[in-house]
Design a binder for this molecule. Structure first.
Ligand code: ZN
Length: 165
């Protein structure tokens, strides 16, 4: 629970770019869950596993939707106050732009979560989009929207860095 209150307070100052696809910290998974207990000879992505990830994804989505709603309310409230000082106005505008960008990221993340939930519905969740290999329970628990296995993700990042230069 205390991670929640902490998160709320730092909403406007936590726009640090995370290393996971440039997602700010407060849009990372907001809560702790019980790690999946693998049973012996359990088939990958059986119904119990799918249900586990569905619960994680749905809770995360709910949290993000709340975040988006709060941002809208905060911006509406702030925009009613007309600031006399041009410097204050500039600061406010900067804050607005940051909020908009954050909201945009949150929306994208919500879309990714919805895609993952769709994959769960289709029982296609948990396999690498690029090579078809099992992404793995632990990697998915750390990043439930992952669509690439760790090898393909690493290759992807190397490629990305190269094109960025
Ligand atoms: Zn792969």
């Amino acid at each position: 629970m205390d991670t929640k209150t902490k998160k709320k307070k730092t909403t406007t100052s936590s726009h640090v770019q995370g290393d996971e696809g440039h997602i700010p910290h407060h849009t990372m998974m907001p809560y702790k869950f019980v790690p999946y207990q693998l049973q012996k000879d359990e088939p990958y992505m059986n119904d119990r596993q799918l249900a586990h990830f569905r619960a994680i994804l749905e809770a995360w989505k709910k949290e993000l939707m709340k975040e988006v709603d709060n941002t809208i309310i905060e911006m509406k409230e702030a925009s009613v106050t007309v600031l006399a000082d041009p410097n204050d106005r500039a600061t406010q505008e900067e804050a607005f732009n940051l909020e908009l960008r954050t909201r945009d990221r949150e929306r994208k993340l919500i879309r990714k979560i919805e895609e993952a939930l769709q994959q769960i519905d289709d029982k296609e969740y948990g396999y690498c989009e690029s090579c078809g290999v099992e992404i793995g329970i632990r990697r998915l628990e750390a990043r439930p929207t992952a669509v690439l296995c760790i090898d393909c993700k690493t290759l992807d990042e190397i490629r990305e860095k190269r094109t960025a230069q």
